[in-house]
Structure formats: C-alpha cells, structure tokens
Design a protein. Structure first.
Length: 122
C-alpha cells in the first residue's frame, strides 16, 4: 500500500459515478531515489496503483486490476516540480466490473489518461 508513504490524500470529492481526489506526493519516498536520482519520476505502475487504492478505499473493497484498454502517458510526474496531482475517476459497472476512465493532472498539465477495468476480489 502506497497511501501515507508515497502519497497522502489532500481532498476528495464524490460526484455521480465518480471521484476527484487530490494527492500530495512524498519526494523523499525510496522509489524516487532509484527512479531516478536527481530527477525523480513517478513510475507508471505506481500511478495505476494509486488509482486502485483510491477505488479500494472508496468502495471499501479489495479490487483487482483486470484490464487496461488504453494507457497514455503524456507528461512526466516529477514530485519536485508537481508535488500535487488530481485523480479524476469515473466509472460504470459492466458485467460486475468497474470500467473506469482515469485522468491524472495538475492544473492544466495532464500526466496520464487511463481506461481500465477493476473487479472486486471474491
């Protein structure tokens, strides 16, 4: 779990079939020492994991990532340049899965756009 180590939640707003969650990244987290020293970059897999953790907490369930239909990395998320990021997550339920549309951004900078599916672990 990355919550409270890599990031903390600063603000959370629920909308119909969605959430907007602003997080603050911890530039001192060990991952940034290896990825990459002097120019830290938030790994793409961590950006996906944060989205999963946000959904886990919101639905009070343990979800599993089942499919990525589209993942577009548009900008590097360097915690020294942008310590905050906002996750905009929308979903619909299809065949027991949460089909999500996720955008990670800060102000007008879009870091990643993701279309992914998650299922509640049985």
């Amino acid at each position: 779990m990355l919550l409270n180590e890599l990031y903390t939640i600063r603000e959370k707003t629920q909308i119909e079939n969605g959430l907007t969650v602003t997080i603050e990244l911890n530039p001192e987290h060990f991952v940034y020492k290896a990825h990459f020293p002097g120019t830290p970059i938030t790994p793409g897999v961590y950006l996906l994991q944060i989205a999963k953790e946000i959904l886990d907490e919101h639905f009070n369930a343990s979800l599993t990532f089942t499919a990525a239909k589209n993942v577009k990395f548009l900008q590097i998320l360097n915690p020294l340049q942008n310590s905050e990021a906002t996750y905009k997550i929308n979903w619909k339920i299809v065949d027991g899965c949460y089909e999500t549309s996720i955008t990670v951004e800060h102000q007008k900078i879009v870091f990643v756009k993701i279309s992914a599916a998650f299922r509640v672990l049985a």
